[in-house]
Write a protein that binds this ligand. Sequence first.
Ligand SMILES: Cc1ncc(COP(=O)(O)O)c(C=O)c1O
Length: 377
Amino acid sequence: MIPSNKPFFDDTEIEYATASIQSGNIAGDGPFGRKLENKLSDYLECKHALLVNSCTSAIEISLFALGIGPGDEVICPSFGFVSVANAILQCGAKPVFAEIDYETMNLDPAHTEKQITTRTRAIILIHYAGMSCDLVSFSELKEKHGLYLIEDAAQALGSKLQGKALGTFGDSGCFSLHETKNLTCGEGGIFVTNDDNIAQQAEIIREKGTNRSSFLRREVQKYTWVGRGSSYILSDILAAVALAQFEKIEPILSSRTKIAEFYQNAFAPYNYITPPTIPDGCKPNWHLFALRINKLHRDIFLEKLKSKGIGASFHFVPLHSAPYSKTKLKGGNVSLPVTDRVASELIRIPIYPQLSNAEKESVVSSMEEVAEELGLE
Ligand SMILES: Cc1ncc(COP(=O)(O)O)c(C=O)c1O
């Protein structure tokens, strides 16, 4: 079986995790974590990078730090991971689903603007597959309507738009270090912001509502309860693993790019495949290779590829049509035809640095065999 994804580890992860365990300094905000946070803020060219235990936590922190709560509405895509909608519910606000653009599969600014009401406080963007949203239009919407912009960059660590890192355009950015992501420590995340006040709030929220981080920097003599918060910090053992991963970010990105180029060339002759669209000015991290095939054939492709040992999969069950939306969310049950279409056509095929030439060729030839059986060209 060729899986859809594989973490890219070597001995460094074991070495750093062992060093962390042996140091006895394994809670959050430890030496490995602080070193990685500094490296991340340099790499992303943003003022503050805070390690947290998941991207979901980073999104929750964003909403709490921005003061979003009951009575507020937050616009987000329905074509996305459930973390975004759940984080909005966690802070007592209402998720409002907007439509995506068919080509980029990212939130459509025009449809988003139509969902803005007097209650709207924020927009959460998802950079699907590491491809950038239309950040020029969303920055204009933010200014025009006085909204906060949060970037769910779970899939986008290492992606850039016009040379600037995705995740650093909005009021905050949220990255994932989950097992499936380009860099991983099993479960983990990164919260980033350029705003000192938001960073200060976020630091308190991630440390159970205390100023422990200030205490560790010797800014205060004791730490105490100073605000609302929860337990969102990343253990230093996992930060050590994440640091080892971060040191390999360039080879990881370049091997993913080579694989994506191989697939793009291999599929170019076929009309039955809609290849991924790279937005203008975007340099993606190729977190996923997501192509589209007519919905009449998509599930047959998934089934047949699986039987040939290829780990291909769909993405996502749209949130507006999920059982929880339908039964529990008033107004969650909207009509989003582009979202439904993308979700019915999408296929993700294996992409990860260790994928060999023979395996890449096997993915392509398996696709070609299925297409031939179905009479597609
Ligand atoms: C777009 C998106 N947002 C959020 C998440 C959640 O990330 P985590 O598992 O780190 O909480 C994921 C994870 O797959 C994701 O793809």
